[in-house]
Write a protein that binds this ligand. Structure first.
Ligand code: IFM
Length: 460
């Protein structure tokens, strides 16, 4: 197959580099009340008038709970090393405490076995946002008890499948849960209270650290870590006001999470900014949060540009934008990786999500998504650039396998390398799927025969 634009030449990646593709439970599974699943905060949030751009929800989504075997075939045919998915907590523990739901656990058991049977390594995320709604009634992530509920849930999932998964991620993007969900109110649970948001952020980190300790105490063989959404932050201008605003945003987005995870506590400038909104931290919490991780994951999509007291107009920069209105700046991924490598003593580092939404058109059984191929190729190149400059990278995963429920944007934004027709639920691999498959084959040949094979294969 020939592609609309040739991908960038790929630099050399380590032989044990893990290539993958990612999804999350609420975005693809559907089966909203199948087999005893409980309600999640996203089931509930989707019913709030105006919360979701197209008024949709994840009740059916891609119907992955019923089509998982065919989806795993697509993953296997793609030739990835790993598949990153998340467990729906309310599917396996409908009340968020007490009894576990055998039908729900059985689903993930079969998913893990199905991946292994196809030669794909499972990367499991415990919390990709779909908290059991009953726990929200009890205060959600702002309540300290939720920390202990999460640790119990983590223990149970690990004891069920932890012997067969390569990696367990505690939380996906705690900044999003805390800030978008509890401060800006645009994601579930839809609260607008900075103090509550920062308490939730603290409890997410604390539950991460305590869950790591619990998994190790039960000798879970899987590696464990967390996944953060990180971006380099730039001031919109040379003014001291914009510089200060960018520094604070870097504190809230990056250092608020990275510093305590690496034993430095919360950043003093952010605590000063928060004042009375700073979280209540009990003795021993910071030590627990700093429990050493086996890996760190980051999700990267774009940079963040900050203007004091206002919004930065992305159209003013002249950069190309994705359908989300996010600037396409792969060089900022390299810069971010170099900065993380410089500023913190990192464990193995993965890009756990990277990808783009574009306005795809399915025509005659094809989706010619050259823009997405360019995006992926340039960002994979950016990871390679970081590796060449000394950053130790362990893996890269494309977001996402399937078009899916893009949270507050509903189904209008398509991130998949496989198109989903939401009327028929038919899957159609896009050009980007074929491109990634060919790229991975070239990588494999390169492992066997030297990096020239990658360049040759990608020029062909
Ligand atoms: O779809 C989301 C995903 O759930 C978390 N990271 C960002 C993606 C794109 O917005």
């Amino acid at each position: 197959m020939t592609f609309p634009r040739p991908p960038q030449p790929a630099p050399r990646f380590p032989d044990d580099f893990v290539w993958g593709v990612a999804t999350s439970s609420y975005q693809i599974e559907g089966g909203a009340d199948a087999d005893g699943k409980g309600e999640s905060i996203w089931d509930r949030f989707c019913r709030v008038p105006g919360a979701i751009a197209d008024g949709s929800d994840g009740r059916v989504a891609c119907d992955h709970v019923h089509r998982w075997a065919a989806d795993l075939d697509l993953i296997a045919a793609l030739g990835v090393d790993a598949y990153r998915f998340s467990v729906s907590w309310p599917r396996v523990q409908p009340d968020g405490r007490g009894a576990f739901n055998e039908a729900g656990l059985g689903f993930y058991d079969r998913l893990v076995d199905g991946l292994l049977a196809r030669g794909v390594r499972p990367y499991l995320t415990l919390n990709h946002w779909d908290l059991p709604a009953v726990l929200q009634d009890a205060g959600g992530w702002a309540a300290r008890d939720t920390v202990h509920r999460f640790v119990d849930y983590a223990r149970q999932v690990a004891s069920r499948v932890g012997d067969r998964v390569d990696a367990i991620t505690t939380h996906n993007e705690p900044w999003v849960i805390a800030v978008l969900g509890h401060e800006n109110g645009v994601f579930a649970p839809g609260l607008r209270d900075r103090r509550v948001a920062m308490q939730a952020a603290h409890h997410l980190l604390l539950s991460h650290g305590l869950a790591l300790q619990a998994l190790r105490a039960q000798a879970c063989p899987s590696r464990a870590g967390i996944v953060l959404n990180l971006s380099p932050v730039f001031p919109a201008s040379d003014s001291p006001e914009d510089a200060a605003a960018a520094r604070l945003e870097d504190g809230r987005l990056v250092r608020w999470f990275m510093d305590p995870l690496f034993g430095r506590g919360y950043p003093a400038d952010v605590l000063a900014f928060l004042g009375d909104d700073a979280p209540r931290v009990e003795s021993g919490d910071l030590e627990a949060i700093a429990t050493p991780m086996d890996f760190l994951g980051l999700n990267y999509y774009s940079r963040s540009v900050v203007r004091a007291g206002g919004w930065f107009d992305v159209h003013s920069s002249g950069k190309r934008l994705t359908d989300m209105g996010w600037e396409i700046v792969p060089e900022c991924l390299t810069a971010l990786l170099l900065r993380l490598h410089r500023d913190w003593p990192l464990p193995p580092l993965y890009v756990m999500e990277n990808g783009a939404a574009f306005q795809d058109r399915l025509q005659d059984g094809h989706v010619h998504d050259g823009d997405r191929i360019d995006y992926l190729a340039s960002h994979i190149g950016a990871v390679g650039d970081a590796i060449e400059q000394g950053v130790k990278m362990a893996g890269y995963m494309v977001w996402s396998l399937l078009d899916n429920f893009e949270w507050a944007s509903g189904y209008a934004k398509r991130f998949g390398i496989v198109h989903v027709d939401y009327d028929t639920l038919a899957r159609t691999p896009k050009d980007s799927y074929h491109w990634y498959r060919d790229f991975l084959q070239a990588q494999r040949r390169a492992r066997a025969g030297g990096s020239g094979a990658v360049r040759a294969a990608l020029r062909a």
